[in-house]
Design a protein around this ligand. Structure first.
Ligand SMILES: Cc1ncc(COP(=O)(O)O)c(C=O)c1O
Length: 378
């Protein structure tokens, strides 16, 4: 009998380097090394008590069955109200579908937009799932370079120049992973008027410092909005997110969701409802703490002589360094875990990503450890 071989699709998917780096660091930690994790993409804060309590109470009250595939009506109503209140946009509840995190929502959105050989336009550097999800679906990621010189802003005229019959959507992410930048309102407006659907990954909304926060829905209805509870509410393990799509797409999305997942977890949906409708103080406190940490890290890195844009959102900095792969390897020897920029695309090479989802004292300690190393990488 033939051996089992991974498909062409499985072979074209690149490995999730952040996870690889984390696993290598965990091995060092198990050997007794003092490791500071600055590679992680999740808030280090506990999920607020009231949110955990809501999940517990849902369990106590027996809400442990399948829900409507679109999600519980109260949560979909709260999501629509949240977009109305925060951005002044009207989102029709019937277009909202609650999913098991924003990741499957992204995969389903791309699946419902592309056929084999079609293209999704996205910036480089990118969140590593984007090109991989596209390739899994036998479509092609069309990469538009951005860099620190243009503030990593996706240039609408460059997007227009690469649009063709094959282009099925532009995928944007603001605030962005790995750069922490927010797209300017003018850029979003111009992207929204290109006449091509926009998939807008808004998962880092809520974690914005100084800068204004915009949803793509302020500029166009021809958009699929993806969001969730993992980041702003520190709920990564709950696996709950959502997608809002134009009517012509929402039916297709629902079918894929019904067959693949049936519904998001009933308990997580109860928790998400509390996240949106309950007290918001802990979110404010988390944002203030992230901002303090960002200021510390950027000023220390700049002081060391590294060029590092001031990120406006999320919890990443993306400084430039000579020979990032070696730098990251040397940092690991000093117990500081970072991610080489090339894992976020060819235009990320020359950078490394540092997540400041770590305590202030750990960040201070990691800056001390990097200080002596940086000198030989300028
Ligand atoms: C840009 C971006 N989008 C989506 C996700 C996935 O988040 P979720 O936990 O909702 O699946 C992440 C997680 O790191 C991310 O960085």
């Amino acid at each position: 009998m033939d051996e089992m071989h991974p498909s062409q699709m499985a072979r074209t998917v690149t490995s999730f380097l952040v996870m690889d780096v984390m696993e290598r660091a965990n091995i060092l930690a198990s050997e007794g090394r003092d490791i500071i994790h600055l590679e992680v993409g999740e808030p280090d804060f506990d999920t607020p008590d009231c949110i955990r309590k809501a999940a517990y109470e849902a369990m106590q009250h027996g809400r442990t069955h399948y829900t409507d595939s679109l999600g519980i009506p109260e949560l979909r109503h709260a999501i629509a109200a949240h977009y109305g209140k925060t951005y002044g946009v009207q989102v029709d509840e019937s277009r909202i579908m609650v999913t098991a995190g924003s990741s499957p929502a992204l995969l389903m959105a791309i699946a419902c937009l592309v056929d084999a050989g079609d293209e999704i336009i996205m910036s480089d550097p990118y969140y590593a799932c984007y090109p991989n999800f596209t390739r899994i679906l036998k479509a092609v990621p069309h990469l538009v370079p951005t860099g620190s010189a243009d503030g990593f802003q996706l240039d609408p005229s460059k997007v227009r120049d690469c649009m063709s019959e094959a282009s099925k959507a532009v995928l944007i992410n603001s605030p962005a992973n790995p750069t922490g930048i927010c797209l300017d309102a003018e850029h979003m407006k111009a992207l929204g008027s290109l006449g091509i659907p926009i998939i807008s990954d808004e998962i880092y909304h809520g974690l914005v410092y100084e800068s204004e926060q915009h949803t793509i829905l302020e500029f166009t209805d021809n958009a699929v909005v993806i969001n969730g509870f993992s980041k702003a509410y520190a709920m990564t393990g709950f696996r709950v997110g959502y997608v809002s799509a134009p009517p012509e797409l929402s039916e297709a999305l629902l079918k894929v969701h019904q067959y693949s997942t049936a519904c998001a977890s009933s308990l997580s949906q109860a928790a998400a409802l509390e996240a949106l409708t309950g007290p918001q103080e802990s979110v404010g406190e988390m944002v203030a703490e992230f901002q303090k940490r960002r200021n510390l890290v950027v000023s220390r890195l700049n002081h060391m002589g590294l060029e590092c844009n001031m990120p406006q959102g999320a919890f990443y900095v993306f400084p430039q360094v000579r020979d990032p792969d070696l730098f990251v390897a040397e940092a690991l020897k000093r117990g500081v875990v970072l991610v080489p920029g090339a894992s976020f695309g060819g235009h990320g090479a020359g950078h490394f990503r540092l997540s400041y989802a770590a305590s202030y004292p750990d960040l201070e300690e990691s800056m001390d450890r990097l200080e002596s190393l940086v000198k030989s990488f300028l």
